[in-house]
Design a protein. Structure first.
Length: 419
């Protein structure tokens, strides 16, 4: 299992080096400031449930970046999110007369060439997420609370950092818990009709905002809730973990994050918050890919018969076996490469060329795709085939994967044998 952590870490490093992972969001215009881009990213992830992720970041990103931009200019929430206000970004659907209370998000700007024609109405972009009522309330509560934090998600994270920086062992967890309280806690499963309860929704937003301020000032006020979060809830917050992960690891969004933090932190605090060692606190976002039965049986050696999720298993294993080893050995969140890895390798039965399979007799043909390009001029076939990442081969002496497998296998142009 330690070797599997190292192999997955190799793929994850390549994931974030690949420039193809940048520029995911279709911002509605150029020139948005870093904080607006970060808020847009957070709002997009709120709607990221059972909906094609490309549509979320193309159409949703277009609508939410305009909403975030207007909000950051301190426009009144009444004008931005009160249902059916002429200027609001939420409105009742007009296409289905049988759904009188159905809603969609709507932009105000003419779409660009990335928006498909079927998602345009009267030259406005229509974006309907899978769970509009819950997404709407999460967005409303988020923006309502952030008014008290300079309309800035970065400032909110800064306040959380200053509140909990003395507890470095749980710093990222407590920042994530704060963001959970901001957007996800106690949303439930509202109906379309709940969107129209403006005054009631604002009252609930006020209570949420006050509880967060109290928590920042008095950590004990939610100590029991944090303990429940730490032992259970944190394993079920895919969207929050993905977004915070991007703030800390994505070359694009980490650059926005650092830029926005400069307004509220000195350099030493920024480096402390972005310290790679803290990434071991990030949780693996639970997903269909890392819970794929074939992948799990391969890495665990047995078929799981219980209902435990892989992210919780990996956290327990990491804390008990790897935590005190250098972070280069890998950490749980890195298993999110299964998003790219499982469809290309496990679903296509590519065990013979898999480096994880090389730890057993399954990976007998691994050497056929690892070319060991000492000229350092060609793409690494292992990452290209396994995950679709375009990374220039570093050569055997430098390659992290070679170093990991070296103690396990003898690799040569002709044959790989177990040492």
């Amino acid at each position: 299992m330690n070797k599997i952590f190292e192999i997955v870490s190799f793929y994850d490093d390549c994931r974030w080096k690949d420039e193809g992972n940048n520029n995911l969001i279709n911002f509605y215009k150029d020139g948005l400031d870093a904080d607006t881009k970060l808020l847009t990213h957070w709002l997009c992830y709120i709607t990221n449930r059972q909906t094609n992720f490309e549509r979320i970041f193309k159409e949703g990103g277009f609508v939410f970046s305009e909403l975030a931009d207007k909000y950051r200019q301190k426009e009144d929430l009444l004008d931005l999110l009160k249902p059916n206000f002429e200027s609001a970004f939420i409105r009742k659907d007009k296409t289905d007369p049988n759904k009188k209370e159905s809603y969609s998000f709507i932009g105000k700007t003419k779409p660009n060439e990335l928006i498909k024609e079927k998602n345009i109405e009267n030259e406005k972009v229509i974006f309907k997420s899978r769970f509009v009522p819950a997404d709407y309330l999460s967005i409303l509560y988020t923006l309502h609370t952030l008014k008290e934090f300079n309309y800035s998600i970065t400032y909110f994270i800064t306040k959380a950092y200053h509140a909990f920086k003395s507890d470095k062992e749980h710093l990222i967890q407590k920042i994530l818990f704060s963001l959970y309280l901001l957007s996800y806690n106690d949303i439930g499963q509202p109906k379309d009709k709940n969107i129209g309860n403006w005054e009631d929704n604002l009252e609930k937003g006020n209570k949420r905002r006050d509880e967060i301020w109290k928590y920042f000032d008095n950590h004990e006020s939610k100590e029991d809730e944090f303990e429940e979060f730490k032992h259970n809830t944190r394993y079920h917050l895919k969207r929050a973990w993905c977004c915070l992960r991007d703030f800390l690891k994505s070359r694009e969004f980490n650059s926005y994050f650092r830029n926005a933090l400069e307004k509220y932190m000195d350099n030493s605090e920024i480096e402390n918050l972005c310290d790679p060692i803290l990434r071991n606190q990030l949780e693996l976002p639970g997903d269909v890919w890392n819970n794929n039965p074939k992948f799990q049986e391969c890495i665990l050696g047995v078929k799981k018969n219980d209902n435990s999720t892989l992210n919780q298993f990996l956290r327990d294993y990491y804390d008990n076996n790897i935590k005190n080893i250098d972070i280069e050995s890998g950490y749980p969140e890195q298993f999110d490469v299964t998003f790219d890895f499982v469809p290309r390798m496990c679903d296509k039965n590519n065990c013979a060329i898999c480096p994880i399979g090389r730890l057993s007799e399954k990976g007998k043909d691994f050497n056929k795709i690892c070319l060991d390009d000492t000229s350092k001029s060609k793409y690494c076939p292992v990452t290209l085939v396994g995950c679709g990442y375009k990374i220039i081969c570093e050569g055997r002496e430098v390659c992290k994967l070679h170093k990991s497998l070296k103690s396990w296998t003898i690799m040569s142009p002709e044959i790989c044998t177990v040492s």
